[in-house]
Design a protein. Structure first.
Length: 96
């Protein structure tokens, strides 16, 4: 990714995912970076960071999106992700 907004290194949660950006009148796909971050000392919240490779996008400028979660919200999200993963795995087991 040229002109990267997020710092990506060996500690980044996911540095190469398939991403998609959609808006009124456009939809584009690009590689994406997704990171989970907390402060090293006295963390107060969890931040999810998402950046799509702006070289592959025509409709949006280089940017990163961030969502800040409390510990309870992070646990709720983790639970929802776990349940979704279990549904995917269960549907794949049932396939002939």
């Amino acid at each position: 990714m040229a002109d990267r907004v997020l710092k990506v290194n060996a500690f980044t949660t996911f540095d190469l995912l398939e991403g998609r950006v959609e808006g009124h009148g456009f939809a584009e796909a690009a590689f994406a970076t997704l990171n989970v971050r907390t402060a090293r000392e006295d963390p107060a919240d969890v931040t999810l960071e998402l950046e799509l490779d702006n070289v592959a996008l025509d409709s949006v400028p280089a940017h990163a999106d961030r969502v800040t979660l409390s510990a309870a919200e992070a646990r709720e999200l983790a639970s929802e992700l776990e349940q979704a993963a279990e549904r995917i795995e269960a549907s794949q087991v049932d396939e002939p």
